[in-house]
Ligand binder design. Structure first.
Ligand code: ATP
Ligand code: MG
Length: 254
C-alpha cells in the first residue's frame, strides 16, 4: 500500500527540552493509525509539527511525496491534512452549521475581491460549501442541531462537531488529538464507529492520539508508542500489547 504521510527524523526542541527526538512514522493511504504514550511524551508536539503549528527543529514531513515541512497550517490544510485539538476549539456562539462554513472559509483562502463583489464563483462556492456541510452533519447525526449554538450541544456532540469541521475541505488525512477525552464508554464506542466510517466512506486516513486503550486497540492498525520524546515501539495492536517496554512505560501490568 502506498505511503500517504511520511515523517522522517522529526525533532522539536524547546530551549533545553528535546520534546520530540527522532520520530519516524509512515501512514498509509486509508489507514487508521495511533500515537500513544504517557503525558508529556511529545505526542501533541508531533501533531503540531506535522500540521504546521510548529516549525520542526529537524526532519522532513511529506504528504503524497510533497514536502510540507515548515509550511503554514493553511497551506498544509490545502495540501490535504487537517486536525482537531486536545481541547475543543469551536466558535461557541456560532451555530453548528456556521462552525463548518467558517472552517471552509479559513481554509480555502478565497480571493478578497471575490468576497466583496460577491462574484458568481463566490456564490457558487458558498452554495457548494453549504451542501457539503449538510452532508457532513448528516453523516455525524448532527443535522437536527444545525441551527443550535455550538456551546449548547452536549459535550460528546461538540467533540463530533470538531471532527466534522475538519472534514469540510475533503482532506486525505485527519489527525485527531485525544478525540475520546471526556467521553463516556458508549460515546467512545460510537466515536470508534464514526472513525471507521470516515475511513470507509470518505477514504480519509486517520491518525489519533489517544489515552483510551480500548478505542486504540479496537480501531488502529498501526501504532507508535512514545516516551520522553522518543518512539519506543511500532506495531499492530497485538504487538504493542505484548511489548515489554511498552507495558513498563505505559500500559502497565494487566
Ligand atoms: N510550546 C511549548 N514550549 C515549551 N515546551 C513545550 C511546548 N509544547 C510542549 N512542550 C513540552 O514538550 C513536552 C511534550 O509535550 P506534549 O504536549 O507534546 O505531550 P503529550 O504527549 O501530548 O502529552 P499529553 O498526553 O499530556 O497531552 C512536554 O514536556 C511539554 O511541556
Ligand atoms: Mg497532548
Amino acid at each position: 500500500m502506498t505511503i500517504l504521510l511520511n515523517i522522517k527524523g522529526l525533532k522539536m526542541r524547546f530551549g533545553g527540552l528535546l520534546a520530540v527526538n527522532d520520530v519516524n512514522f509512515a501512514v498509509k493511504r486509508n489507514e487508521i493509525a495511533a500515537i500513544i504514550g504517557p503525558n508529556g511524551a511529545g505526542k501533541t508536539t508531533v501533531f503540531n509539527c506535522i500540521s504546521g503549528f510548529y516549525k520542526p527543529t529537524a526532519g522532513r514531513i511529506t504528504l503524497e511525496e510533497r514536502d510540507i515541512t515548515g509550511l503554514s497550517s493553511d497551506k498544509i490544510c490545502r495540501a490535504g491534512l487537517t486536525r482537531t485539538f486536545q481541547n475543543i476549539r469551536l466558535f461557541s456562539k456560532m451555530t453548528v452549521l456556521e462552525n463548518l462554513l467558517v472552517a471552509r472559509h479559513n481554509q480555502l483562502n478565497r480571493g478578497y475581491f471575490a468576497g466583496i463583489f460577491r462574484s458568481k464563483s463566490f456564490k457558487e462556492s458558498e452554495k457548494n460549501a453549504i451542501v457539503r456541510a449538510l452532508e457532513i452533519l448528516e453523516f455525524f447525526g448532527l443535522t437536527q442541531h444545525c441551527d443550535q449554538a455550538a456551546e449548547n450541544l452536549a459535550y460528546g456532540k461538540q467533540r463530533l462537531l470538531e471532527i466534522a469541521r475538519c472534514l469540510m475541505t475533503n482532506p486525505k488525512i485527519i489527525i485527531l488529538d485525544e478525540p475520546a477525552a471526556g467521553l463516556n464508554p458508549q460515546e467512545t464506542a460510537e466515536l470508534g464507529e464514526f472513525i471507521r466510517n470516515i475511513r470507509a466512506k470518505l477514504s480519509t486516513a486517520v491518525v489519533l492520539i489517544e489515552h483510551d486503550m480500548n478505542l486504540v486497540m479496537n480501531i488502529a492498525e498501526n501504532i507508535m508508542v512514545m516516551e520522553y520524546g522518543c518512539p519506543i515501539a511500532y506495531g499492530n495492536p497485538a504487538e504493542i500489547r505484548a511489548n515489554e517496554r511498552v507495558i513498563k512505560a505505559y500500559l502497565g501490568e494487566e
